[in-house]
Write a protein that binds this ligand. Sequence first.
Ligand SMILES: Cc1cc2nc3c(=O)[nH]c(=O)nc-3n(C[C@H](O)[C@H](O)[C@H](O)COP(=O)(O)O)c2cc1C
Length: 215
Amino acid sequence: MVIEPEDFVEFVKTRRSVRAMSPEPIPREHLDAIVESGLYAPSGSNQQPWHFAVVTNRDLINKIKNAAAARVAEIKARISSASAAKSFDGYLQYITFFDNSSALICCFVEPYRALLERLLSRYAPELSVSTRENASIQSVAAAIENILLAAHAFGYAGCWMTGPLVAKQEIEALVKPAGNWELLAMIALGHRDKNKGETHAPARRRRDEVVSYFT
Ligand SMILES: Cc1cc2nc3c(=O)[nH]c(=O)nc-3n(C[C@H](O)[C@H](O)[C@H](O)COP(=O)(O)O)c2cc1C
């Protein structure tokens, strides 16, 4: 398979967070292929510290949405400043929009101690650096981006979400696998709602603002 590099870069640039979705099912073989692409992400020491709970059951998606909405309402009730409440209102849709998704991928991380951290803490504690969380979180984040790009390749709407984790404990109680797993993020996948759709592409910082070369 040959993909022209320019085409690949262009493809990456056209991925968007799409929140306006309609919830017809996504065929299981598409879901399998999309999630499997996550498993090919790099991971620290090849630990692959991830688990993906793919939720297509509508009752369960609604329960997760309701848990996030209930927590949002609880938080809102405590905000006494009108202007802060208004800003919070603007943010709400980003936490609870996902009830129209066809699938919710709950992404779990297994915190692990990188080899470097284990060696340092044993032999040179004074030189210890904490790499544990960074390495495992970065690994799962790499998998999430693979999944989003694969969903984009299939033409599905997708959005990375951490907002609903306001109800992390409640969501974990519904879908956490057995073991030392922690919910890190969720991915909403669905069919693009052509009637609503995102209206603008979020601006990007210019390359010369955020990239420096040392030559
Ligand atoms: C770690 C992370 C958390 C995010 N959480 C949310 C979220 O809770 N809700 C949401 O609607 N979008 C969320 N997003 C999507 C961002 O808003 C989006 O990526 C950003 O605005 C850039 O837009 P684009 O993805 O279309 O390029 C999240 C993205 C990342 C990487």
